[in-house]
Design a protein around this ligand. Structure first.
Ligand SMILES: CC(C)(COP(=O)(O)OP(=O)(O)OC[C@H]1O[C@@H](n2cnc3c(N)ncnc32)[C@H](O)[C@@H]1OP(=O)(O)O)[C@@H](O)C(=O)NCCC(=O)NCCS
Length: 175
């Protein structure tokens, strides 16, 4: 995983007040703390029985908001095989049907075309631009916000994709 640092650096959240170097153990501790506190769920992405990536569900709010935010990465060796959209669809179905949340959000830098393709394939709704929203690669970066609510995908996110039932969406930021 650490060998992927250059691949991940342009898209990776950084701490504006913390160290600039990547602390793997601290990241694991923070993911486990979130799991314990019931406000996050860390998943690994498996392909052919090997861990090839990570999908992290964070900022889980229960009750009247019932929402969360998902982030992900995959190893460059297996990029382009459709593994991430599959993992995102499975995780979204889990958050809707098992955890019982109502909304899943994914925030993406406008420059990250590969990640925008992931949400486009799954038909997430574009909600707008949050300016200077997340500290990524050592500066505050704008992010597009995409989301789905459970009532939009009653047949399931994975099923909808596999059955080619994704609605045709014309994203307003596309020319
Ligand atoms: C974004 C990312 C998760 C996409 O994962 P993936 O499993 O490759 O997803 P897909 O297979 O659906 O490919 C998505 C797009 O990546 C691009 N792509 C395809 N092959 C690629 C390769 N070998 N290398 C880089 N990008 C590739 C294509 O634009 C593709 O869209 P297309 O299928 O319409 O051609 C992956 O590129 C990644 O981990 N990037 C670094 C971390 C990151 O950006 N995380 C997301 C932060 S919001």
């Amino acid at each position: 995983m650490l060998s992927n640092r250059e691949w991940l650096r342009p898209w990776e959240a950084t701490n504006p007040h913390g160290p600039t170097s990547f602390d793997f153990k601290a990241q694991i501790r923070s993911l486990l703390r979130a799991l314990e506190n019931n406000d996050g769920i860390p998943f690994v992405i498996l392909y052919k029985d090997e861990i090839v990536g990570q999908l992290n569900v964070a900022n889980i709010l229960h009750g009247s908001v019932s929402s969360c935010v998902a982030g992900y990465w995959i190893a460059p060796e297996v990029a382009g095989l459709g593994i991430t959209p599959t993992a995102v669809a499975l995780a979204m179905d889990y958050m809707f049907k098992v955890v019982g949340l109502h909304r899943v959000e994914i925030d993406i830098r406008p420059e990250n075309e590969a990640s925008i393709r992931v949400v486009e394939k799954l038909g997430l709704r574009y909600e707008g631009l949050k300016e200077n929203y997340i500290h990524i690669n050592n500066d505050w970066r704008d992010h597009y916000v995409f989301a789905l609510t459970s009532d939009e995908v009653s047949s399931g996110v994975l099923n909808r994709w596999l059955r080619n039932e994704i609605p045709k969406i014309k994203y307003s930021f596309r020319k």
